[in-house]
Design a protein around this ligand. Structure first.
Ligand SMILES: [Zn+2]
Length: 217
């Protein structure tokens, strides 16, 4: 294994363990991947995040074929493969079952643009219709939900976030959970959020790009 690949594997594990420590992937849910020399590296099925070692990551080609013999990939590998095939801007993908965003997803409710930080996701966050985990149907729903966005909710399931680096995808996934908490607080208080308009969202997205926030966050 090259130094570059070893470092990439270590970073996938570090992000996975950070998500676990923050409670965003309860009970071994969720998965993390990033592009690699032969396709993409993805966390395996069924191994607790704290026990992950570099050799546990699976490497798949973008068409889903195993790039190297090795561990069984996450059951959601189709979703990752479909996103890498259709989104050249995605260098990494974080999928969580983070509690508050998943609560909204279980009500089939997306997140409206009530706070400027939603610009990290590229705009309002859709909630896509339910499909069984691990299926091509779910993969297709995720790709559609991400159209023009860096995050989407998946009904009765969770969150998927992309970025041009592992850190960026992690930051988007974390912000989706933060926004979901704020939105649920508004709803619980019976308050109607004041929404930002498209022009303001475009201004914030441009400012984030200017700061390099989307690339380095
Ligand atoms: Zn899942």
């Amino acid at each position: 294994m090259s130094d570059g690949e070893a470092s990439l594997r270590a970073r996938v594990i570090a992000i996975s363990q950070a998500l676990d420590a923050a409670g965003l992937v309860p009970n071994k849910s969720g998965n993390v991947s990033c592009r690699s020399a032969r396709g993409f590296l993805i966390t395996p099925s069924g191994i607790p995040y704290r026990d992950l070692t570099p050799g546990h990551l699976a490497e798949l080609a973008v068409d889903g074929e195993p790039a190297t013999a090795g561990p069984r990939p996450s059951s959601e590998w189709r979703m990752h493969a479909a996103i890498y095939a259709r989104r050249p801007d995605a260098a990494a993908i974080v999928h969580t079952h983070s509690p508050r965003a998943t609560a909204l997803a279980c009500a089939g409710r997306g997140i409206p643009p009530f706070h400027y930080m939603i610009a990290l996701a590229g705009g309002d966050i859709r909630c896509m219709p339910y499909a069984t985990f691990g299926t091509a149907e779910l993969a297709e729903a995720a790709v559609r939900g991400l159209d023009g966005r860096r995050a989407t909710l998946l009904a009765n399931h969770g969150v998927i976030a992309i970025g041009d680096s592992l850190r960026a995808a992690h930051a988007v996934a974390f912000e989706v959970e933060n926004l979901a908490a704020q939105y649920l607080t508004l709803l619980a208080a019976g308050l109607e959020p004041a929404l930002l308009d498209d022009a303001e969202l475009r201004r914030v997205i441009a400012k984030f790009a200017d700061y390099g926030r989307l690339a380095r966050c």
